[in-house]
Design a protein around this ligand. Structure first.
Ligand code: AMP
Length: 262
């Protein structure tokens, strides 16, 4: 697999006033992809692997909210403070806040390296706004990858997930445990459970997904962009499946396929 140095995504994580330390290399046909799937199916991991393979940045709206959280309540706008409360409860942040946040980051959508959106759009209103933003920039999307998994497996994944409080490495209490319980193998710091991975928040998140995000599958199917990928198995298995599906997607331009997926 070819790899590309990930940039620091400063313009995405910290907003339009910041510039990324390195920009992805210029390519004639950069990839523009959206990842869909319930929380816990492994979208973030697949986004990172795809980003390494395709050279496009991993743009997660959840990461933007988590970055904002570290600034502290006093430094946030009222809309961002509402967003923090929604996130903590596992609820969706209001559409207007998320759409404004992405619209402010149009330079990431138009970046010469393309994009891999993860966690946005999450409602039909967000998807319609994204289509408008892209059309205004005369850009088209290449594909929408929908990762699917049975609900009981999703709950088991989310409730067992632990993250290093230091380096953010991700573990699972049974599937991928650290060598020493609750201690990060990589940096030795303690492992924590994300607030929104607690049982009460998981139920709210999955409900929000079923009500608000599942309709997007039809939305993108109608546009001929949908690729459905079973998300069971190792991250490598899922990645291979995804690359294979992208390679076989008839709607994708030949030039892209021959360049990046050989
Ligand atoms: P994620 O890391 O994508 O699971 O996002 C974490 C949390 O951030 C979600 O549970 C929501 O509270 C919020 N969030 C992230 N992206 C969106 C979005 N597109 N629409 C609404 N809320 C979002």
């Amino acid at each position: 697999m070819s790899t590309t140095l990930a940039n620091d995504r400063a313009a995405w994580l910290r907003g339009p006033a910041c510039n990324c330390s390195t920009l992805p290399g210029a390519t004639k046909d950069p990839w523009r992809i959206v990842l869909l799937g319930a929380p816990g199916v492994g979208k973030g991991t697949q986004a990172q692997l795809l980003s390494q393979k395709l050279g496009s940045c991993h743009l997660s709206t959840g990461d933007v909210f988590r970055a904002a959280k570290s600034l502290g309540e006093k430094n946030l706008t009222p809309a961002m403070n509402v967003a923090m409360a929604c996130m903590k409860a596992g609820k969706l942040v209001p559409d207007v806040t998320v759409i404004d946040l992405v619209a402010e980051r149009t330079k990431c959508l138009t970046c010469r390296g393309g994009f891999i959106l993860d966690g946005f759009p999450r409602t039909v209103q967000q998807a319609e706004s994204l289509q408008q933003m892209l059309q205004q920039q005369s850009l088209a999307m290449d594909g929408v990858v929908d990762f699917v998994m049975p609900i009981d497996q999703i709950v088991a994944r989310l409730s067992g997930r632990r993250t290093c409080g230091g380096c953010k490495a991700v573990y699972h209490v049974t599937g991928m445990p650290p060598k020493v319980e609750n201690v990060c193998d990589a940096c030795g710091k303690g492992l924590i459970q994300r607030e929104d991975d607690r049982p009460e928040s998981i139920a709210v998140r999955l409900d929000a997904y079923a009500r608000s995000t599942a309709p997007l599958i039809q939305f993108y199917d109608n546009l001929g962009l949908l690729l459905t990928i079973p998300a069971a198995g190792t991250p490598e298995d899922i990645f291979e499946r995804t690359v294979e599906a992208l390679r076989n997607a008839e709607a994708l331009p030949e030039s892209i396929l021959s360049r990046t997926l050989n």
